[in-house]
Design a protein around this ligand. Structure first.
Ligand code: NAD
Ligand code: UFG
Length: 340
């Protein structure tokens, strides 16, 4: 079975390509390399022994996108990761996000339907819930008005799938990720943020590697036990494995809703200070950090109810926080050439 993975050289995409290849799928990777590097394919090849077919294509370029589908007449399904994902950047330049994430997705859906490729797994996000009234959030928790253009693009994506499921033969699964962190056990692929990281874990590992001077904790006066924000951190390999199950489910024609929507989290919430403490413990290093002001737009706490994915997909997050932070650190050590 041939799967087209858009954004397949990116962080979550590359880990998913590895799991797909390890499960015996044929994989075509499509990426414009705007937020990833072609060398990721070397890492994938070293881990799996297979170098997937690669197309450097921008999904906003519909003609080139169509050529990939024409060249590969036997694509069974698409896993769609290609998107921009920086919340702050989306506030500064909404049009960039509308063009890339919304227009790009419309092109992809249009080309897929025109090519009779009718299965898609879509990367959604827990950002669609905003600050939920009740925790943990289930897939039935209300989707709140988006707090950023980025969040809005994810809500639009889910809406497109919903509308198209009624009007066409498209079948879809939307996976709402919580906070993916960690890296492959081999340390051959991992998260490679371009520029100063926005996210907590790459900032922590870069600080520990000496590439950043100090981590700023964004506020410790929230109404949580230690005053810092709570999130549901999940290992990227666990997320990747859920995609293999989801795509197989589409191929098997086993979906019972259209789109089917699943939370992908561990079901546990951890505070920023807990992440720092576990990182220090597993790496046996002191992290240089200070407490700073709150960051605009942060929800206080969010974590998932994972029952639906557990019961329907038969999937469950297996890796603990120690493993997430250790693999993230092993990857950082390799790319920053840290000796011990
Ligand atoms: P990433 O930036 O590492 O990967 C995205 C990939 O898509 C990159 O390789 C980039 O070059 C490519 N891309 C972007 N725009 C493209 C375009 N127009 N045409 C072709 N390729 C394009 O990000 P990631 O963390 O792997 O995220 C993957 C998906 O998961 C995204 O849709 C993101 O919004 C979603 N998501 C991520 C998180 C997270 O915390 N990482 C959380 C929830 C949802
Ligand atoms: N944080 C710090 N210092 C930093 C970076 C982050 O204290 O230098 C804090 C944040 O304020 C927040 C927590 O660490 O309390 C987690 O922040 P991240 O930026 O790592 O993650 P978010 O929960 O803000 O957002 C992430 C992705 C979004 C995605 C969202 C939900 O960045 O793209 O998860 O899936 F939409």
């Amino acid at each position: 079975m041939k799967i087209l993975v858009t954004g397949g050289t990116g962080y979550i995409g590359s880990h998913t390509v590895v799991e797909l290849l390890n499960s015996g799928f044929k994989v075509i990777v499509l990426d414009n390399l705007s937020n990833s590097n072609i060398e990721v394919l070397n890492g994938i090849e070293s881990i799996t022994g297979v170098r997937p077919e690669f197309h450097q294509v921008d999904i906003t370029d519909k003609i080139s996108l169509k050529k990939v589908f024409e060249y590969n007449g036997d694509i069974s399904s698409v896993i769609h990761f290609a998107a921009l994902k920086a919340v702050g950047e989306s506030v500064i330049d909404p049009m960039l996000y509308y063009r890339n994430n919304i227009l790009g997705f419309i092109n992809l859906l249009d080309v897929m339907i025109g090519s009779n490729v009718l299965n898609i797994v879509f990367s959604s996000s827990c950002t669609v819930y905003g600050q939920a009234e009740e925790l943990p959030v289930t897939e039935l928790s209300p989707v709140k008005e988006a707090e950023s253009p980025y969040g809005y693009t994810k809500q639009c994506g889910e809406r497109f799938l919903n509308d198209l499921s009624a009007a066409t033969k498209l079948k879809s699964i939307a996976l709402r990720y919580f906070n993916p962190i960690g890296a492959h056990d081999s340390a051959l692929i991992g998260e490679l943020p371009i520029g100063v990281p926005n996210n907590l874990v790459p900032y922590i590992t870069q600080t520990a590697a000496g590439e950043r001077e100090i981590l700023t904790v964004n506020g410790n006066d929230y109404p949580t036990p230690d005053g810092t924000n709570i999130r549901d951190y999940i290992h990227v390999v666990d997320i990747a494995k859920a995609h293999v199950i989801a795509v197989q489910r589409l191929i098997d024609n086993a979906t019972v809703e259209n789109p089917e929507i699943f939370n992908l989290g561990t079901g546990r919430g951890n505070s920023v200070m807990e992440i720092i403490n576990v990182f220090e413990k597993v790496t046996e290093r002191k992290l240089n950090y200070k407490i700073g002001p709150r960051r605009a737009g942060d929800v206080i706490s969010i974590y998932s109810d994972t029952k639906k994915a557990n019961e329907i997909l038969g999937w469950r997050a297996e890796r603990d926080l120690e493993n997430m932070l250790l693999t993230a650190w092993n990857w950082q050590k390799r790319i920053s050439n840290v000796k011990n």
